[in-house]
Ligand binder design. Structure first.
Ligand SMILES: [Zn+2]
Length: 164
């Protein structure tokens, strides 16, 4: 592996929590009394993953690829956006080495969902599940996370550019 072909990207996203479930996170549905609000389906984790991949591939960001003033992006499925971004990176010869993600949420407790979420992201990208790691943190009852006003997510993607 040529280290000059490695590219790293970071993604970060925030969405407001509003009443009414279920919660859609990382492409899975979680029974909960709140959901994330936004122009698309507001999957905060998939948006962070998409931005990390686009960043690593030098392809800008999710807002440029899917402008929120376009009607076709309203309530858009975030799995589809992730797959389209990954395909765009693939067209440039990029393969994914690994993803590492953090979800910041006071509630619900996500530890029992982390594996299922990682598998969901890996399946969307047709990757082996062990290439995707998902962590969950609370806000320790501080700030907007701790007050359950919003959820945030971060992701780092490492890509490798093949020669084609
Ligand atoms: Zn978002």
């Amino acid at each position: 592996m040529n280290p000059e072909k490695l590219r790293i990207g970071i993604g970060h996203d925030t969405h407001r929590l509003v009443p009414g479930g279920p919660l859609v996170l990382g492409g899975i549905r979680i029974e909960y009394d709140q959901h994330l609000d936004g122009h698309s389906d507001a999957d905060v984790l998939l948006h962070a993953v998409t931005d990390a991949i686009l960043g690593a591939a030098g392809l800008g960001d999710i807002g440029e690829m899917f402008p929120d003033d376009l009607i076709e992006n309203k309530d858009r499925n975030s799995i589809e956006m992730l797959q389209m971004a990954f395909a765009r990176a693939g067209e440039r010869g990029f393969q994914l080495i690994n993803l590492d993600c953090i979800v910041f949420a006071e509630r619900p407790k996500l530890s029992s969902y982390k594996l299922e979420i990682a598998e969901s992201i890996a399946a969307a990208l047709r990757l082996k599940p062990d290439l995707v790691n998902v962590k969950a943190k609370t806000g320790e009852r501080m700030g907007q996370i701790g007050a359950e006003e919003c959820m945030m997510a971060q992701c780092i993607a490492l890509l490798y550019q093949t020669d084609e």
